[in-house]
Write a protein that binds this ligand. Structure first.
Ligand code: SF4
Length: 79
C-alpha cells in the first residue's frame, strides 16, 4: 500500500504554530484536506506554493485556499 505523504512544511507552518484559526475545528479540517492528504493536495496549498517561490515564510493571514494567485499574494504582501 502506498503511503500518503504529508507536507514537508507541516511542523513549522506558522498557521499551526500560532493557531490562527477562529474555529478550533478549522485547522484540523484544513490539515486533513491539504497538509496530510498527499503531494497532489499539499502542492495545491497557496501557502506552500508562495513559500516555494519566494523561499521565505508566508504571513499567517494567507490561507491555504486563498483566492488570489501566487503572484498576486507575493505582490500584496511584498514578499
Ligand atoms: S498549510 Fe500549506 S504549507 Fe502549511 S503545512 Fe499545510 S500544506 Fe504545507
Amino acid at each position: 500500500m502506498e503511503t500518503i505523504s504529508s507536507c514537508p512544511k507541516l511542523e513549522k507552518c506558522p498557521i499551526y504554530l500560532k493557531n490562527v484559526f477562529f474555529n478550533p475545528n478549522a485547522g484540523e479540517t484544513y490539515r486533513k484536506i491539504y497538509c496530510t492528504a498527499g503531494k497532489e493536495k499539499y502542492t495545491s496549498c497557496k501557502r506552500f506554493l508562495v513559500s516555494e517561490k519566494v523561499g521565505k515564510p508566508v504571513p499567517e493571514s494567507v490561507m491555504l485556499n486563498c483566492s488570489l494567485t501566487v503572484d498576486e499574494i507575493i505582490a500584496k504582501y511584498n514578499l
